[in-house]
Design a protein around this ligand. Structure first.
Ligand SMILES: [Mn+2]
Length: 222
């Protein structure tokens, strides 16, 4: 199967570390350009699945015009199933666009309780944030129902974190995730790609699509 997995776009983040308002606006337009390129790639290559693993936008700053913009892009790839797991920056809260907006028909948005979407060959399990923090999830209890299919888990959170902060964002253990037996686990939250970790090609942080430079000192901010 072919899929595209992205995360941590943080659309409409204010980029306050940039010197001028104009530069910040330019960066926000570059974010739009980045997701547009992803959609074009998906369209050209007839990719059947697009996984967006959290922090697609900034709950506090996201504008409706940006939501309209990305939803329009989603409508351009009606044959692609788009699966979104909300993260800690775009949680599925009461007034969230995930909840109140009428999204394109090919868009599926997961919530806190794990759901399973199944088609002929593929089973996608997903769960996301319903608040700005998730100290605990029931990921250890997820059971693969059909091992004949390709099983994929999508979520947002920290793996093997040791800091207090990691514990607030869906802390999970890599060993326990491995034990679940998924063919691929698509994650978001850490902005640095984990692809270079050759032992763990099936537990993947794609990295941030556009560097958000939330803090100058760390590449790992989530
Ligand atoms: Mn995050």
């Amino acid at each position: 199967m072919k899929f595209v997995h992205i995360a941590d776009l943080h659309l409409d983040i204010p980029f306050t570390t940039l010197e001028t308002r104009k530069l910040s606006e330019t960066r926000r337009l570059e974010q739009r350009e980045a997701i547009k390129k992803v959609i074009e790639y998906v369209k050209e290559n007839e990719i059947k699945y697009l996984f967006i693993c959290g922090d697609l936008y900034e709950q506090e700053y996201i504008r409706e015009t940006t939501i309209n913009y990305i939803n329009k892009l989603f409508e351009e790839i009606p044959n692609t199933s788009i699966y979104i797991v909300p993260g800690n920056h775009d949680p599925y809260i009461k007034n969230s666009y995930y909840k109140i907006y009428k999204w394109a028909e090919n868009v599926k948005i997961f919530k806190e309780n794990t759901e399973k979407i199944e088609d002929e060959n593929v089973c996608v399990y997903g769960f996301g944030f319903e608040d700005f923090y998730m100290k605990h999830s029931n990921y250890e209890d997820i059971q693969i129902e059909n091992k004949e299919k390709i099983n994929i888990l999508l979520t947002h959170g920290s793996i093997d974190g040791s800091g207090n902060e990691d514990m607030l964002y869906n802390p999970m253990s890599k060993a326990k995730l491995k034990n679940l037996g998924f063919d691929y686990i698509g994650l978001g939250h850490i902005h640095k790609t984990s692809y270079k970790d050759e032992e763990n090609q099936n537990i993947v942080y794609p990295g941030s699509l556009v560097s958000t430079r939330l803090r100058r000192t760390s590449e790992n901010m989530a």
